[in-house]
Design a protein around this ligand. Structure first.
Ligand code: FPP
Length: 222
């Protein structure tokens, strides 16, 4: 790496619209979205991206139709199962979300296992850190962090609150990407995007490619 390593975060929107435009079921859009993510991971790992954080499934997404939720969960299992590809690209897998053993957690065991295995099997990689936000919501993260901080004897300071986030080691986001023409934040990384650039694109996530990624990176570097 010859310049500042970046933290890129993505809200991968528009899978459903991508599918509808092609007369396909929404699930086909998510399948294409997973393929797109695998490509973006490969490309990003070869750029100056030290951290890539993606919004895989939110605390709000559980209310989607059951078949769609099941499909998206299956895609997470598939993504976390791409171990040899991740290892080839020297990518270390990480996860943020509602802890499995805490009240409110709904993550099924097979997804828990896939997450744990991917983290374990990629833990010695030294390149880009891929953090998947699964069963993640920023307000839940911040409320939980505040509760933990209040329960400790530490002062209520930003630095102390940061220590109680799901992953305190995640650096600030340099650029937040949102695809598919939406310009909302959707309860994603509210703490971490404090000073982030925001890259909006009309393209739906399944069409997001290296040209878009490079444009987002350029925005963060200017
Ligand atoms: C938004 O599309 C995307 C999601 C709800 C997140 C799921 C993302 C994927 C399945 C991509 C692969 C990622 C992982 C981590 C396996 P949408 O359904 O909101 O699209 P719409 O707004 O066009 O309906």
């Amino acid at each position: 790496m010859n310049s500042k390593p970046l933290h890129v975060a993505c809200i991968m929107d528009g899978n459903g619209r991508w599918a509808r435009k092609r007369g396909l079921p929404r699930t086909a859009g998510h399948t294409a979205g997973e393929e797109s993510l695998a490509d973006v991971v490969r490309v990003a790992s070869k750029r100056d991206v030290a951290y890539l954080t993606v919004f895989g499934f939110s605390t709000e997404n559980w209310v989607r139709p059951r078949a769609e939720v099941r499909h998206i969960l299956g895609l997470h299992k598939k993504l976390f199962g791409r171990i040899s590809e991740l290892n080839e690209n020297n990518v270390r897998v990480n996860w943020i979300g509602r802890p499995f053993d805490e009240p409110g957690s709904r993550t099924p065991l097979y997804v828990q296992r896939a997450i744990r295995k991917a983290i374990e099997d990629t833990r010695s990689n030294t390149g880009m850190v891929l953090t998947v936000a699964f069963d993640y919501g920023s307000r839940s993260e911040l409320t939980r962090a505040a509760k933990h901080l209040v329960a400790s004897s530490d002062d209520l300071t930003p630095a102390n609150l940061q220590r109680h986030l799901y992953d305190a080691s995640l650096p600030p986001v340099d650029v937040l990407v949102r695809t598919s023409g939406e310009s909302r934040i959707s309860n994603f990384l509210l703490w971490q995007i404090k000073a982030a650039n925001i890259y909006f694109t009309e393209r739906p996530w399944p069409d997001f490619d290296s040209v878009d990624l490079d444009a987002a990176i350029a925005l963060a570097k200017n």
